[in-house]
Design a protein around this ligand. Sequence first.
Ligand code: GTR
Length: 322
Amino acid sequence: MTLAGAGVTGLVTGCGQNTSRPLYASDHHVADYPTVRAVNAMSELLAEKTDGRLSIKVYAGGQLGSERDTLEITLFGGLDVNRVNAAPLNSIAPMTVVPCLPFLFENEQHLHRALDGNPGQYILNSLQGHGLVGLCYYDSGMRSFYNTKHPIRNPDDMKGMKFRVQNSDVYVSMVNSLGGDATPMYLGEVYQSLVQGVIDGAENNWPSYHAGRHFEVAKYYSLTRHVMAPEMLVLSMHRWRALSDSDQAAVMESARESVSIMRELWAERVVEARKLILAGGVEVNEVDDISDFSNLMKPLWERKSTQPKQRELIEEILDMRG
Ligand code: GTR
């Protein structure tokens, strides 16, 4: 959908000459999803810090288009803020590949240590070389595979099945390395594609598996927990440059403060989504031996992180394991 088609006029403002208008933000998820609620919470914090001069208006529910499309719009300054997963940033900013690597993080604590620490900050800063300002990370839990056919207990069970992946080479290689057939596709098309049999499955965390109603059609959820790629909040460099130093500081601070709000909202939503999914008759299974999956994905780390700095970050993150 175009911006005008979504009823959003005046969004493309010629790179932020009007610095007192709200920051316009996009999110694929609907209004009550934790990411949208977190950005709304950030908006309130920002308004408090700037005596109401600055706030954020979120266009939720993917009104403005897919994450890839809205990122492009953000890059040229037609949109200010974007809440996206790290994956669609992979083709824009190579350091974002690192937190998307399968089986990099051993658990949530490890993920938080890495993202709250040096590696996370380095990756956020690296966006500045690519027309974006990295504001913060939000939780996105662990992604697992689901499908319409049968439980996946080992990679052989994925053979001959088509899995939707996010628009990122890392994810295409990931599914192909496991023996499945990867189909990159916008999240908004997944439900229909599952219904029509265009794809057999996809992979996501509990809340997105639930929010997109994929669990109604793809009844097998296999707990591979293969990726913990975080959500990221980014701001257009055009709008950033148009802000005063103190407004830039207020934006950064309110983004940071929204992280703990999001973590609470996320933890609650995971529990709630899981309950609803189980009540919906989904068959959930653990996999036999997770190393059957992780061993196949190791060569992918080498292929997808060819820059020395990416390697360094991986090592630093591995050293932060518990
Ligand atoms: C969700 C994430 C979205 C999007 C989506 C996807 O978990 O919140 O930003 O990346 O996954 O699979 O496309």
